[in-house]
Design a protein around this ligand. Structure first.
Ligand SMILES: NC(=O)C1=CN([C@@H]2O[C@H](COP(=O)(O)OP(=O)(O)OC[C@H]3O[C@@H](n4cnc5c(N)ncnc54)[C@H](OP(=O)(O)O)[C@@H]3O)[C@@H](O)[C@H]2O)C=CC1
Ligand SMILES: N[C@@H](CC=O)C(=O)O
Length: 366
C-alpha cells in the first residue's frame, strides 16, 4: 500500500533540528513500512535563511551541508538567503510545522507568532522550543486541540471529539526531551488526582551537579554539557533554573490543569552551589538533586525549582548524570515514575517524531 504523504517544515537546524533530520533520513523506510507514512520535508529555516523544495528536500544533502558547517540557504536552486521562519507556511505549505529554534522566555517571539499563524491556518504544530508553550499555553490551547479535553476542561472532551477537528499541538519534547513526563501525567494518570510532581527536568544542571560530585569544576562540566548539545543556546537559562521552571509551567498548565506562568515558580539556580553543599548533603546521607516540584496545597499547586537534598533511595537521587526523571504521586496510583537517558540532543528529536506520529494516529480516530 502507498504510504500517506505528509508535508513538513522545520524551523531550527541546530542540535535538535539537525538530529531530527538525521532520524527522518535513517528511519524513512521503517516509517513507511511500520506506520504507512512518508514525511516530505518541503522547507527548512535557520537564522538568516532557509531552503525550499516543493518536491521534498534531499535530507542527505541538508545533513552534509550542516556537517560542513555551511548554511542551507547557500545551496544552489533550493537555498533562500534571507528567508524568515515566518515564510515557511506560505512557501513550504506544510501539514506540520516543527519548531526547534532557541528559547525566548520573555515573549517567545518570533516563534510564537509563527506557531499562532500555523495553527490559525489549520497546520499541526510540534514544538521542541518550550518558549511558546511556557509563555502562551492558554492562548495556543484555545486555537488547537489542547483547548478542550486537556486539564480542567476534560469534561468537554466528548464535545471536542464530536464537533470539532482542530489543528493539533504537541510539545512533549519541550518537557525533558524523550522523558514521557507529559504523556505519563496526562494519559497514564488520567482520572487520578495528582498530589505531587517531582522531577529532574533539566539535563544540564543534573550533569553539572553529578560531575562536581566527581571532582570536576562547574565551568568544565558546563562546557561538557554544551559540547554534548544539551545546554540551551544561552546556558544561563539552564543554570539559573529558567529552563526547568518553563518545563514545570508547561506541565502545570497541561497536566495539572492549573493556569500558570513563569512568575508563579519559586526558582533557584545552581550557580552558587559549592562542593561543600554537596558534601554536606552526602554527610547527612542525602544527595543534592536539581528538582522541580509541584505540590498540591489547599487545592492549588505550589511550584518550585531548586537544588534539593534527597534521600539516596529516592528515584531522582538514583538518576545517572545523563538521566532526567519524573515522579508523580496521586491518591489513586500511589507513585509512578520514569527516567530517560539523554546524553545528547537526539532523544529530544525522537520525541518530536513521537509527537508527529501521535498526531497522525489521533487523526485517524477522529
Ligand atoms: N538541545 C537539547 O537537548 C534540547 C533542546 N530543546 C529545545 O530545542 C530548541 C533548539 O535547541 P538546540 O537545537 O539545542 O539549539 P541550537 O542553538 O543548537 O539551534 C538553534 C537553531 O535555530 C536556528 N535559529 C535561531 N534563530 C532562528 C530564527 N529566528 N529563525 C529560524 N531559525 C533560527 C539556529 O540557526 P543558526 O545556527 O543559523 O543560528 C539553529 O539552527 C530550543 O528551544 C531548546 O530549548 C528541547 C529539548 C532538548
Ligand atoms: N537545556 C535543556 C535541554 C532542553 O530542554 C536541558 O539541559 O535539559
Amino acid at each position: 500500500m502507498e504510504p500517506t504523504v505528509y508535508r513538513i517544515a522545520l524551523a531550527g537546524l541546530g542540535n535538535v533540528g539537525g538530529s531530527l533530520l538525521s532520524i527522518l533520513h535513517q528511519e524513512s523506510e521503517s516509517l513507511q513500512t511500520r506506520y504507512g507514512v512518508k514525511f516530505k520535508l518541503t522547507g527548512v529555516a535557520e537564522l538568516g535563511g532557509g531552503a525550499i523544495n516543493d518536491e521534498g528536500l534531499d535530507l542527505g544533502l541538508l545533513l552534509n551541508t550542516l556537517s560542513a558547517k555551511s548554511k542551507v540557504s547557500t545551496l544552489p536552486d533550493i537555498g533562500r538567503p534571507g528567508m524568515q521562519a515566518s515564510e515557511l507556511l506560505a512557501l513550504a505549505k506544510p501539514d506540520f510545522l516543527l519548531e526547534a529554534t532557541p528559547v525566548n522566555l520573555k515573549d517567545a517571539e518570533p516563534s510564537l507568532s509563527n506557531i499562532r499563524a500555523a495553527l490559525n491556518a489549520s497546520v499541526h504544530v510540534v514544538l521542541a522550543n518550550k518558549g511558546p508553550a511556557a509563555v502562551a499555553f492558554n492562548e495556543l490551547a484555545e486555537i488547537s486541540d489542547m483547548g478542550k479535553g486537556w486539564g480542567k476542561n476534560f469534561g468537554d472532551l466528548a464535545e471536542a471529539i464530536h464537533t470539532e477537528i482542530r489543528p493539533k499541538l504537541r510539545f512533549s519534547a519541550c518537557v525533558a526531551g524523550s522523558l514521557p513526563a507529559i504523556n505519563l501525567g496526562w494519559r497514564d494518570l488520567a482520572g487520578c488526582q495528582i498530589t505531587r510532581l517531582e522531577a529532574v527536568f533539566n539535563g544540564t544542571t543534573q550533569y553539572i551537579i553529578r560531575a562536581m560530585e566527581d571532582g570536576q569544576s562547574y565551568d568544565s562540566a558546563l562546557a561538557d554539557a554544551q559540547r554534548r548539545g544539551i545546554a540551551e543556546t544561552d546556558p544561563s537559562l539552564d543554570v539559573d533554573g529558567w529552563d526547568a521552571a518553563a518545563k514545570l509551567v508547561i506541565a502545570a498548565n497541561s497536566v495539572l490543569g492549573q493556569s500558570t506562568q513563569l512568575s508563579d515558580v519559586d526558582r533557584q539556580g545552581i550557580r552558587d552551589l559549592t562542593l561543600k553543599d554537596l558534601q554536606e548533603a552526602s554527610n547527612n546521607g542525602l544527595r543534592m538533586v536539581p528538582v522541580a516540584t509541584a505540590v498540591l496545597v489547599d487545592g492549588a499547586y505550589q511550584l518550585s525549582v531548586r537544588p534539593t537534598p534527597l534521600p539516596l533511595d529516592h528515584p531522582l537521587s538514583r538518576l545517572t548524570p545523563d538521566e532526567m526523571g519524573v515522579v508523580y504521586y496521586s491518591r489513586d496510583v500511589d507513585r509512578l515514575s520514569a527516567a530517560s537517558s539523554e546524553p545528547g540532543p537526539e532523544p529530544a528529536a525522537a520525541a518530536m517524531l513521537r509527537d508527529m506520529l501521535d498526531i497522525i494516529r489521533s487523526q485517524s480516530i477522529h
